[in-house]
Design a protein around this ligand. Structure first.
Ligand SMILES: Cc1cc2nc3c(=O)[nH]c(=O)nc-3n(C[C@H](O)[C@H](O)[C@H](O)COP(=O)(O)OP(=O)(O)OC[C@H]3O[C@@H](n4cnc5c(N)ncnc54)[C@H](O)[C@@H]3O)c2cc1C
Ligand SMILES: Cc1cc2nc3c(=O)[nH]c(=O)nc-3n(C[C@H](O)[C@H](O)[C@H](O)COP(=O)(O)O)c2cc1C
Length: 772
């Protein structure tokens, strides 16, 4: 075949090497606009997995790269006058020039034709080519020529960065955070050869402009960075090697994906590869890896399906199918890390103490967990656990045992929870006339015995018509209050505290118990339902009546009376249910609140009635006992509430005396499109906690101690609510403690004889032996 690669970056050169190696009869040319050995950029980092993959395809290139590698293990963080270091993180780096030189040499060795100093304007310059690989980088002219076919989707990210180098040799991957009067700047610094380091400086667009950098040329920008990062540079100079870039040297990262990766131009097939097809943010340093792996995959498909002109269409289709999935996966993984750096100034650098800031930085991608950090640097992690435990009020000895963050106590107002695990409210649909019964005693009681620090009862309804189903629990009469007291008293025989979630079903009321069809209207004995507006939940569901002022007063009085009964019953914590499309949530969401009075319209107006209820219960609830508010932090529907709206609501509730936001999402609009996944709602708890400055509870797909420890330790939330895992295992907390070797957590005295056996069996299983 006749193959032309337009662009001699890692993608074009490596593809040339691999195809020539597979069949020397292929006629391959790489055309590059720059001179040989003339490239911009500094170092790139790789993982071991990428190297293994490369080794399998061309040992010579892999050997040459590996012998030029620089390895380092440490990460150092500088912030607010502190310098902190951790080890065990394992990176390898290589200069971009060195990498390209190795690839160029290998091309020459194998007989790939290299043409330098030639700018290509069109693929039609190569009419004899069977395959044209557009490996011409992120601003690919070839891709732009066929925009309508390739359908590039480019999202320009808000931060500005400048990619510099320095001849100071840093012995750790260094992150340096500096604040000027206009905001925060961060430097990402890593060495890539014996005497040179990459030095990328990043800031937000606002700070960039306020600092006047939009008007600064490259020399002035470098001067500014040298002054700002003088401490870490210790007199070394910063250098640019991108003299060909016009205008500001400060760039915005563009996240690129393409709808299609290949096109037949009438003579040749044109395929996108590397940055021309997709980008990955430098926060996880995977752009070069993706480019090289594209080259490997396309070669592999030619090997499998046949490397002849007639096979090109099927080969390109298979290449696109495999690579587009992998690229989406990498871009997802990069997103958390990229977003962390986009909000780091206001959200973390200003608010977190340096120790916790560093933990948050290390776990920014949410792929490195607490136990993973322990494997990397046990000493550092244990030091951090001691620091965190001391901050939580525990007496910690410098060489004593450590306490994982989820097992530290948490005090809010006058209530101290023994640990950070909460049994999330879960409707059991097992009441008659709203009365707590033996089922509820055993159900909640066994979860309190199971070690959680706070046990919430299910959504408890403030009136008979506030119930979701006829099986829901209530607190509208004294008999119910007395029955609740029996449950709360039992919970108080354990170290756990008792939580009451008060709610009103609104337009989702008068429906069947879950196992007979959740959200479906009852077959008989339906009751009229009310909501912010006359907008039903299901198309076959009851049409709610828009609440009048009288309704509002009645419901407010019901909430007040129920809260008062909750005090009598002895609950420690109260939660106001303003989530999941129920009555108060229906006011908050613009999808369900279509009112034209002062309770509809702006977010502040939509929050007006939920806040009235909140103030009413806050006035009744004892000042030493906390109140949390559960919000749907995302409606997962166009036109619905977003985390930005949730943060505004959190601010309003905080101003009225709320102590905590329980960050749930969705269930407001039937056609919602939630993005589920591990810890999928934790980013909402993180945002609200660190931007609004209020305690938060994370909930949703938190299923093991490692998750909870990572969330609490990083300050993404103060508590973790666990729902379904608690249905599977009432003693979830005790069992997770045993799994991570936290044997000092006490079991109920009646169960103690099982504890050692359980722990021993886990240890035996971990060692691959059968139970004793
Ligand atoms: C700040 C920053 C830090 C980064 N850090 C890392 C990192 O640590 N690790 C990592 O793996 N990746 C990193 N990257 C990304 C990495 O540089 C790219 O993803 C990678 O170089 C992509 O390879 P490529 O061959 O597709 O494109 P490129 O490397 O961009 O190569 C394209 C080539 O095509 C040439 N060209 C363009 N147009 C034409 C034309 N019309 N005619 C002829 N030639 C043309 C260009 O001169 C260039 O040589 C970083 C990127 C940035 C911006
Ligand atoms: C059976 C069941 C009943 C639930 N009932 C309630 C409830 O009464 N009030 C509430 O706010 N959330 C309720 N939820 C939602 C949970 O509290 C929790 O937010 C959700 O299940 C996600 O957590 P998980 O991934 O740990 O299960 C319920 C969940 C389940 C599984």
């Amino acid at each position: 075949m006749r193959i032309v690669c337009i662009g001699g970056g890692p993608a074009g050169l490596y593809f040339g090497i691999l195809m020539k190696k597979e069949n020397p009869a292929h006629q391959i040319t790489v055309v590059e606009r720059n001179r040989p050995y003339d490239t911009f950029g500094w170092g790139v980092v790789f993982s071991d997995a990428t190297m293994e993959n490369m080794r399998a395809w061309d040992v010579e290139t892999a050997d040459a790269i590996e012998s030029a590698f620089n390895h380092w293990d440490d990460i150092e963080v500088l912030i607010k006058g502190r310098r902190m270091r951790t080890t065990g993180h394992g990176f390898v780096g290589i200069g971009r020039k060195k990498l390209l030189n190795i690839l160029q040499q290998r091309c020459e060795q194998l007989g790939v034709e290299l043409v330098f100093n030639q700018e290509v304007d069109s693929d039609l310059e190569f009419l004899d080519a069977d395959l044209i690989v557009a490996s011409d980088g992120v601003n690919s002219k070839m891709r732009n020529r066929y925009q309508a076919v390739f359908k590039p989707d480019l999202v320009v990210r808000p931060n500005r960065f400048i990619w510099l180098g320095t001849d100071k040799r840093f012995d750790a991957f260094t992150f340096d955070f500096r604040r000027t009067e206009h905001g925060w700047f961060q430097a990402h610094i890593y060495k890539f050869d014996e005497d040179t380091s990459t030095f990328i400086v990043e800031t937000t667009e606002d700070t960039f402009k306020a600092q006047g950098l939009d008007k600064a040329d490259e020399a002035a920008s470098i001067g500014f960075c040298e002054t700002l990062f003088a401490e870490v540079l210790e007199g070394a100079k910063l250098m640019s090697n991108a003299p060909h870039l016009r205008g500001s040297a400060w760039l915005n990262f563009g996240r690129l994906i393409c709808g299609k990766w290949s096109h037949f131009n009438g003579r040749s097939h044109v395929a996108l590869m590397g940055d021309a097809a997709h980008t990955a943010h430098f926060a996880i340093g995977s752009g070069t890896k993706l480019a090289l792996e594209d080259a490997i995959e396309l070669t592999k498909q030619f090997n499998t399906l046949g490397a002849t002109r007639d096979k090109i269409p099927v080969v390109l289709a298979a290449y696109e199918q495999v690579r587009s999935v992998e690229v989406a996966r990498m871009q997802n993984a990069a997103r958390n890390a990229m977003e962390w750096f986009e909000v780091v100034g206001g959200r973390y650098a200003d608010t977190l103490e340096p120790e916790q800031f560093m933990y948050s930085l290390l776990t920014r991608s949410q792929r490195i967990s607490h136990e993973n950090l322990r494997l990397r640097d046990k000493q550092w992690l244990e030091g951090y656990e001691r620091w965190f435990a001391a901050r939580s009020g525990l007496t910690v000895l410098a060489d004593g045992p450590t306490v994982p963050p989820m097992f530290t106590p948490y005090t809010i107002r006058g209530v101290t929870l023994p640990n950070r695990i909460v049994v999330s409210p879960m409707a059991m649909y097992s009441a008659v006339d709203g009365m707590p019964n033996d089922f509820h005693l055993v159900h909640l009681g066994s979860r309190a015995l199971g070690g959680a620090g706070l046990v919430f009862g299910e959504m408890t309804c403030v009136s008979p018509d506030a119930r979701i189903t006829p099986g829901c629990l209530g607190l509208w009469n004294d008999e119910q209050a007395l029955a609740w007291k029996r449950l709360v008293d039992f919970i108080h025989t354990t170290p756990a505290k008792a939580g009451l979630q008060l709610g009103h079903s609104g337009r989702k009321g008068s429906t069947r118990v879950a196992w007979e069809g959740a959200d479906q209207p009852l077959d008989e004995d339906n009751w009229p339902v009310i909501s912010a507006s006359a907008v039903p939940y299901l198309s076959n569901g009851a049409m709610p009546r828009e609440m009048t002022r009288e309704d509002m007063e009645r419901v407010k009085a019901d909430f007040g009376a129920a809260a008062l009964r909750g005090v009598t019953a002895g609950f420690d914590v109260l939660e106001l249910h303003c989530a999941h499309g129920y009555l108060l949530s229906s006011f908050l969401s613009p999808l369900t609140n279509r009112r034209t009075d002062e309770y509809g319209g702006s977010p502040e107006n939509r929050a007006r009635y939920p806040l009235e209820i909140f103030r009413a219960i806050r006035a009744i609830w004892p000042p030493e006992r906390p109140i949390s508010v559960r919000l749907s932090c995302h409606d997962w529907t166009d036109g619905g509430n977003t985390p930005e709206d949730a943060a505004l609501f959190a601010r309003l509730f905080k101003a009225d005396g709320a102590d905590m936001i329980d960050c749930s999402s969705g269930q407001v609009w039937y056609g919602e499109k939630p993005v589920y996944g591990r810890l999928f709602q934790t980013p909402f708890a993180d945002k609200i906690r660190n931007e609004v400055g209020i305690a938060t509870m994370a909930v949703g797909a938190i299923s093991e101690a490692d998750h909870a420890n990572s969330i609490i330790a990083a300050g993404r939330a103060d508590l973790c609510a666990i729902a379904r895992p608690h249905l599977a295992d009432p003693a979830w907390t005790l069992h997770e403690a045993a799994k991570i070797g936290m044997t000092s957590v006490a079991w109920p005295k009646q169960y103690r004889s099982a504890k050692i056996q359980h722990e021993t069996n886990l240890a035996r299983a971990a060692a691959g032996r059968s139970p004793s």
